[in-house]
Design a binder for this molecule. Structure first.
Ligand code: ADP
Ligand code: MG
Length: 625
């Protein structure tokens, strides 16, 4: 019950309002400061409406008054006062606007809170509860208001937020609304001008009307997104980027994107100058903030863009959001999902356009931000095709720094080539010295180089591009044309098969199988992978994590029947049981193949074996003398 103004007519709040107030006052919500955002946004709305009325109405009360917001923080009195020169409210409007809940969204909000009880505080935080948030910090709220109608009378509305309010006429008021909060003892911080300044900077930097705190004008920033791109200079964009991203560098790419349908969106988004995640393990916070009519709804909005676009900085302003989902959970809103898909699509399109426009600059972008594109390929099923277009790789046909897209690869593909080949390895040098490239080069096939541990995962999750399967060059199932010249130097097929079986017996379960190779020419043996999902690149990542060799027991050793080492081994085989030398050489062949594949080997055994080989070599030398 209100204890002040007993002379005014008392009104009970609508049942839902009482319920909402109870929730607001008694929830232990910590971000009480958002009441400032709510009251400033109401003031800004009222001013906006008045500005609109001046275009359509001839007679407006006090037409010469400046459109502005004035806040007075009175430390001594413990009050917070906010006054605007907007449209104001008549007696009946105040009764309806401040005493009932018109929005269906609010009812929905109450229903949700009732269902999940504990979630109430969070829901308040997400969208606020508008005017009633004042009661989080005030023991009494006094609203004095006078409507823009020339003949309107002023009113004063008071409530302690406990079930009822009083309303009566008050003469001598100026146009607009003045709201006085008698702050609770525990909330006296909101009577301090400096604290208020900071909160305004945080929540209301883009409000279009001047805001004064204790007669001092606060610095506000132009909401550039509401202007048309033609009116904005490069410097203005850069300054805006620095303000919203809190950075000092230059933006790399920019997207000023407005839409009316299917959603009303005004947004300015930036790819920043640098990717901070590249230099440390720290995961960046989402960089885009969500606004509604220039008032901050959520900073670092985490559901606004898919996670892999967290490097994008900027602002999205959508008028549709609060009207439709205000006071509902934002998390699972269909509208939010729609907005997210729309923005993702638009950002991907921007990157595609930039890549087409200036490939060199795009390569620089990919160098810095490629990790996010790869994350997207593996996580965003809706856009994986478009994201695949944005990938770039070094290639066996290119120079050091040169990068190709999958589209370029396919457009240069050799006739008869059925797949897109790639091979992973730590560097160009190491890949080029390995055995896998040789056969591809011989057939004139291009091979993409994957230096990044993540690439294997990207390739296996993408599976194909333009109908061509993505195949690792170390796969055991390569369909390659046969090499006739090599075939002629090789031992007969049956003998080679016997040799392979003999070697498999020597190696036992160190290897899953030994087969004769159709693709080797200068190396004696190589490892290939029968498992398309568990590539050599992935095994490398695993063993790096374990810091030890994981062996090659799942892989296949392909031997080159034309190579003289294998031919000598075959002579040993023909003598019968494998002797000590045959064992040492075979095991060393496997280790060499593992090293060529970038896999770790057991170093102790390797050293021991090499010692034995050295001793034998010296013995042979001794025999000659
Ligand atoms: P919302 O802003 O979402 O409509 P609020 O609870 O913040 O909800 O405000 C309820 C209503 O009270 C507003 O829609 C508006 O009609 C009225 N109102 C609040 N503050 C003002 C103000 N400063 N001037 C004029 N009308 C106001
Ligand atoms: Mg409001």
């Amino acid at each position: 019950m209100t204890d002040s103004k007993p002379s005014g007519s008392q009104h009970a709040f609508q049942a839902e309002v009482a319920q909402l107030l109870d929730l607001v006052v008694h929830s232990l919500y910590t971000d009480k400061e958002i009441f400032i955002r709510e009251l400033i946004s109401n003031a800004s709305d009222a001013l906006e409406k008045l500005r609109y009325l001046t275009l359509t109405e001839k007679e407006i009360l006090e037409p010469e008054r400046a459109l502005e917001i004035r806040i007075h923080a009175d430390d001594a009195a413990g009050t917070f006062i906010i006054q605007d020169s907007g449209i104001g409210m008549t007696h009946d409007e105040a009764v309806v606007n401040l005493g009932t809940i018109a929005h269906s969204g609010s009812r929905e909000f109450l229903k949700q809170v009732a269902e999940q009880k504990a979630g109430g505080a969070e829901l308040i935080g997400q969208f606020g509860v508008g005017f009633y948030s004042a009661f989080m910090v005030a023991s009494e709220v006094i609203v004095e208001s006078r409507s823009w109608h020339p003949e309107s009378a002023g009113i004063v509305w008071t409530s302690t937020g406990e079930g009822s309010y009083a309303i009566e006429e008050k003469p001598g008021l100026e146009r607009g609304t003045k709201i006085t909060l008698k702050l609770k003892d525990s909330e006296q911080e909101y009577a301090k001008a400096e604290r208020i300044q900071r909160l305004i900077h945080r929540y209301s930097s883009f409000v279009a009307f001047p805001i004064f705190v204790n007669n001092e004008k606060t610095s506000t920033v132009q909401a550039l997104w509401s202007k048309s791109p033609a009116e904005i200079s490069e410097d203005q964009y850069t300054e805006f980027y620095r303000f919203v991203a809190g950075r000092a560098d230059e933006p790399f790419y920019r997207l000023h994107f407005n839409a009316d349908a299917p959603l009303s969106i005004h947004s300015i988004l930036f790819v920043p100058g640098e990717n901070i995640e590249r230099f440390g393990m720290e995961r960046a916070k989402p960089g885009v903030s969500l606004y509604c009519k220039k008032v901050l709804i959520q900073q670092h909005a985490d559901k606004l863009l898919p996670e892999y676009l967290r490097f994008v900085q900027g602002v999205v302003d959508s008028e549709d959001l609060p009207l439709n989902i205000s006071r509902e959970s934002m998390q699972d809103s269909a509208l939010m999902n729609k907005l997210r898909r729309l923005l993702a699509k638009r950002i991907i399109k921007l990157l595609k356009e930039e890549a087409d426009k200036d490939a060199k600059r795009y390569a620089e972008f990919f160098q810095k931000f490629g990790m996010f594109i790869k994350e997207g390929v593996t996580s965003d099923r809706d856009h994986s095709k478009e994201l695949a277009e944005l990938l770039r790789f070094a290639s066996s046909m290119g120079e050091d720094e040169e990068q190709v897209s999958l589209a370029q690869y396919v457009s240069n593909i050799k006739e008869g080539q059925k797949a897109i080949y790639y091979i992973s390895g730590p560097s160009r040098k190491i890949i080029e010295s390995g055995p896998y490239l040789e056969v591809m080069a011989k057939h004139g096939y291009e091979v993409l180089f994957c230096y990044d541990g993540m690439d294997d995962f990207v390739m296996t999750s993408l599976r194909e591009y333009e109908g061509k399967p993505l195949v690792s060059a170390d796969s055991s199932e390569l369909e390659l044309p046969e090499d006739k010249a090599a075939r002629e130097e090789a031992m007969p097929e049956k003998e080679a098969g016997d040799l392979a079986r003999w070697l498999k017996d020597i190696l036992g379960n160190k290897i899953s199988d030994v087969k004769t190779s159709k693709r080797l020419s200068s190396s004696p043996a190589m490892l290939v992978n029968p498992n398309a999902m568990f590539t050599t690149g992935m095994q490398r990542i695993l063993q790096a994590a374990n810091q030890q060799s994981l062996g090659a027991s799942g892989m296949i050793l392909e031997i080159n029947p034309a190579h003289h080492i294998l031919q000598r081994l075959n002579t040993l085989r023909e003598k019968g049981q494998p002797d000590e030398l045959a064992k040492i050489v075979t095991e060393q062949l496997l280790d060499n193949a593992m090293i060529s594949a970038g896999l770790l080997v057991d170093q102790r055994q390797l050293v021991e074996r090499t010692m034995q080989l050295l001793e034998r070599a010296l013995e042979e030398e001794g025999k000659k003398e």
